[in-house]
Design a protein around this ligand. Structure first.
Ligand code: P53
Length: 479
């Protein structure tokens, strides 16, 4: 017992995203999404992003864990753990298969009616991300994704359709998942999943990113404005991948560089929360002549469409060193300055484990935004072993989550952080976004499927299932 409890009404639950678990990629009128053109990779082999679906390639999201046909069984298991909420996304291509369709696909809308009804049956509140790495691939091919201002309208049509349809069944929304990933503007995966373009086809990838992200922020703000008109009780948040970047030493060059990196990861949520660009980023964009298209109307929309809360994922922290690049180089290349932190251990996928960083994150975001926070992802990918009797012992997962929950409880108890809820990532095993593997597991619920797509899809409870059930039942006291 820690002696701490979370506030009454705290939203304990778990998080997933449509493309990583639903499968049924071409059923009931669903179109091809950017996740459907990504092959399986591994810890040292990046996923290939193909121009359309190609014969003979392994696309793990196509069938995933077939939640589309198993959702009743899966929601029942989440209810057994005592979930108060369940975070998932609405696959954009189930609703608008091509993205530019005039009318939505009724079968897709109906699926989410049924899913949300199933959640409410158990008193589970859906928490919904609108765009979680799931842009219709047609928008990539025909319009260049968010490099094109027109795509704002397609996104808004999708958002508005969902807000209207689910206005009485969903209260908590997020507009774009981990919009700040594209701060790594040279990343193939980051730019495709966030903005829907092939980075190696861009003349100046950094400039492209600033323009595309601007259009997304405008699209998000319009969605927030419209959402509040449709139902004033909606809580609409942003969603960022929050990673503290520490200075590698107390050398002021490292300290300045770490500050710079934090500015260039935080500006996405700054615009979401403040309705304006922060000074250092605005100055950088101006100096380099990036993001040429920003109108007075855009600036007003950003002001009017600020978010109600800050949703964020927290997995790890990073460390930056000015050995190879200082702020006077006037370049933003975050991967190039990131080095290992000798004080911290890493997972099998080289993600640094830093529970104290979560307390730092909660304080940083509270100081910066003065808004309620929601930890909508946290967890550690790990290999699991099924014992002869079918049990799965995962003390490493329990240890990771326990330490992070302690950090979270201290931030709430001692630092006054206003926290809405906690939804660990991949509460049921699913396809990894970064690698496309099934074997990188996060779940409390095990799913029998391997990296080659073989398995019975049978669900079973890991040790962590029973542990998390107790955590929720004790409102965070029994860890
Ligand atoms: P996987 C990179 C860094 C931090 C979070 O990631 C990230 C990524 C993208 O890989 O994504 C979020 O599956 C994302 C989820 C994703 C989860 O973290 O690569 O919102 O879709 O599955 C974990 O281990």
């Amino acid at each position: 017992m820690t002696g701490y409890k979370m506030p009454k009404g705290f939203l304990w639950g778990g998080a997933v995203a449509a493309h990583q678990l639903e499968g049924a990629w071409n059923e009931d009128g669903k179109g091809v999404s950017v996740a459907d053109v990504m092959t399986a990779g591994s810890v040292d082999k990046p996923r290939e992003i193909t121009h359309g679906v190609k014969e003979g390639k392994n696309y793990p999201n196509h069938s995933a864990i077939d939640f589309y046909h198993h959702y009743k069984e899966d929601i029942k298991l989440m209810a057994e753990m005592g979930f108060k909420c369940f975070r998932t996304s609405i696959a954009w291509t189930r609703i608008f298969p091509n993205g530019d369709d005039k009318e939505p696909n009724e079968a897709g809308l109906k699926f989410y009616d049924d899913l949300f009804a199933e959640c409410h049956k158990y008193g589970i509140e859906p928490v919904i991300t609108l765009a979680h790495f799931e842009m219709p691939y047609h928008l990539v091919e025909k319009y260049g994704g968010f490099t094109n201002r027109k795509v704002i309208d397609f996104y808004v049509r999708f958002a508005e359709t969902c807000f209207k349809r689910y206005k009485d069944s969903v209260k908590y929304w997020m507009t774009f998942n981990e919009i700040d990933n594209q701060a790594d503007w040279a990343g193939k995966f980051q730019t495709m999943t966030n903005s829907g373009y092939f980075v190696d086809e861009q003349e100046n990838p950094e400039a492209t990113m600033f323009q595309a992200a601007h259009y997304e922020l405008v699209a998000s703000a319009i969605a927030v404005i419209k959402g509040h008109q449709i139902n004033p009780n909606f809580k609409i948040g942003c969603m960022i991948n929050f990673t503290p970047f520490y200075p590698a030493t107390s050398d002021p060059e490292d300290v300045l560089l770490a500050q710079r990196v934090m500015q260039f990861r935080s500006w996405f949520s700054d615009v979401h929360c403040w309705g304006e660009y922060p000074k250092a980023v605005e100055a950088y964009i101006e100096r380099h002549g990036y993001r040429k298209d920003i109108t007075e109307e855009d600036r007003q929309v950003l002001k009017d469409g600020t978010v109600d809360y800050v949703g964020f994922s927290y997995y790890s922290s990073n460390n930056v060193s000015a050995d190879t690049m200082t702020i006077d180089d006037d370049k933003i290349d975050i991967p190039a300055v990131t080095i290992a932190n000798k004080y911290l251990k890493q997972t099998d996928w080289n993600w640094t484990i830093d529970p104290k960083g979560l307390r730092w994150a909660l304080n940083f975001l509270t100081d910066r935004y003065h808004k309620p926070l929601f930890i909508v992802e946290n967890g550690m990918g790990a290999y699991d072993k099924v014992e002869a009797d079918g049990s799965i012992h995962d003390p490493y997962r329990i240890d990771y989550l326990r330490e992070h929950i302690i950090a979270m409880e201290r931030a709430v108890e001692f630092d006054g952080v206003d926290l809405m809820g906690y939804t660990p990532w991949g509460c049921i095993d699913l396809v990894s976004a970064g690698t496309g593997q099934m074997s990188k597991r996060y779940g409390f619920i095990y799913v029998d499927k391997d990296d080659d797509g073989k398995g019975t899809l049978k669900r079973s409870r890991k040790d962590s299932f029973y542990w998390y059930k107790n955590v929720i039942a004790s409102n965070g006291e029994d860890l």
